[in-house]
Design a binder for this molecule. Structure first.
Ligand code: NDP
Ligand code: ZN
Length: 354
């Protein structure tokens, strides 16, 4: 079957011919419809994040997928059901306490593999197999954009963890700022627009730009970080109650604290490489303490976040989905989905028609 993967001596995503996987007991066979590409995939391709399955000369890419059950194989899923796979799996098929309590996203390094990212093949192939409890059923009418359920689930978890840190007191947030105008940032911007009176989104581009058009249409204020660094938000606009960082630009982790209003919370999601820079550690420490600020890190998501994400996707307006999905490539034209220019928001590889 056709698969898109990286090889140890290759230099980018390639069309591979690999054997169709056979479902083992408890697994279903899924026919892939669409697979999305995000910043993490680019980091995997560049070799700065993740790693190959043990002993394999290649890794099939892709962790944002939607497919149709081809063979339920006694797993409890019916053929024809549209499903979205979760990403984290038990290492070596073994279980551990995080998986037992349904919180694989909280497992530390080495206690999990991630399909298409670290230690296991992804979903960018005509078929994939998966245990049924890692397949989240979605309504058929959401199949077209079902590959967005995984990235939305990332934001669901981050928002859930961030907001729950403010539960012990009466938090009345009004403003939120998303750092990053990639697909994760823009999906989250729409989500936050439902809960916050004022939203901001930070990028580093000039108009005209398709991502700034989306911000305009969402009623958010565009902030150009080349003119207004994140820690100058309070002076230029306002100190915000919530910051959602989705750039991977390491100084943002530090600047977020100063951008926050008293009692605010910042969620960090970006995955930077090593980066040394100078900061005023005293001011950073004191600002967090004296203003009851909170900074959290968050990675991955689990089944309940996927379920929340299905509801969120259902509520998203069609125009937004159409603007976010900028390329639909085939396995033969896969390079177009990995193109990373300013016109690309979300590239998608389509394996089978809906
Ligand atoms: P993208 O690469 O598509 O988006 C990142 C965006 O950040 C780009 O639009 C980029 O702008 C912008 N950016 C980078 N540096 C700056 C800066 N200094 N000022 C303003 N904007 C900046 O990635 P995704 O949206 O897919 O993901 C965002 C980040 O989150 C990535 O680091 C990714 O690895 C991470 N991630 C983390 C997950 C988790 O579970 N924690 C899950 C998924 C993703 P431009 O294009 O103009 O360069
Ligand atoms: Zn992703």
């Amino acid at each position: 079957m056709k698969a898109i993967g990286v090889t140890r001596d290759g230099d980018g995503p390639e069309l591979l011919d690999v054997e169709r996987p056979e479902p083992t007991e408890g697994e279903a066979l899924v026919r892939t419809l669409r697979v999305g590409v995000d910043g993490t995939d680019h980091e995997v391709v560049a070799g700065s994040h993740g790693g190959y399955p043990e002993g394999s000369e290649y890794m099939i890419l892709g962790h944002e997928a939607v497919g149709v059950v081809e063979d339920g194989n006694g797993s409890g899923l019916e053929a024809g059901q549209v499903v979205v796979p979760t990403v984290r799996r038990k290492p070596d098929g073994e279980t551990n306490e995080y998986f037992r309590r349904g919180e694989p996203d909280m497992a530390p390094d080495g206690e999990y593999v991630e399909r298409g990212i670290v230690g296991d093949h992804g979903f960018m192939s005509e078929y994939f197999t998966s245990p049924a409890d890692n397949l989240v059923p979605i309504p058929e009418e959401l199949a077209e954009y079902g590959m967005l359920v995984e990235p939305i689930s990332i934001a669901e978890k981050a928002n859930d963890h961030a907001f729950s840190t403010r539960e012990p007191f009466e938090w009345r947030p009004e403003s939120a700022c998303v750092l990053g105008n990639g697909s994760l940032g823009l999906l989250t911007l729409w989500m936050l627009g439902r809960e916050f009176e004022r939203t901001y989104c930070v990028g580093r581009r000039s108009r005209p730009d398709p991502t700034i058009d989306v911000m305009d249409e969402l009623g958010a204020t565009y902030v150009d970080s080349r003119e207004t660094p994140v820690d100058e938000l309070p002076d230029a606009y306002e100190a915000v109650d919530y910051v959602f960082e989705a750039t991977g630009y390491a100084p943002h982790a530090v600047q977020t604290v100063h951008a926050l209003a008293p009692n605010g919370v910042g969620a960090l999601l970006g995955i930077p490489g090593p980066w040394e820079f100078e900061i005023d550690g005293g001011a950073f420490h004191k600002d967090i303490v004296l203003h009851n600020k909170c900074l959290i890190g968050t990675v991955n998501s689990h089944v309940t976040h996927f379920e929340d994400a299905v509801d969120t996707l259902e509520a998203m307006p069609e125009w937004l989905l159409e603007e976010l999905v900028t390329t639909i490539a085939t396995p033969e034209t896969v390079d177009a989905a990995f193109e990373d220019d300013d016109d690309q928001i979300k590239g998608v590889v389509e394996f089978a028609a809906l």
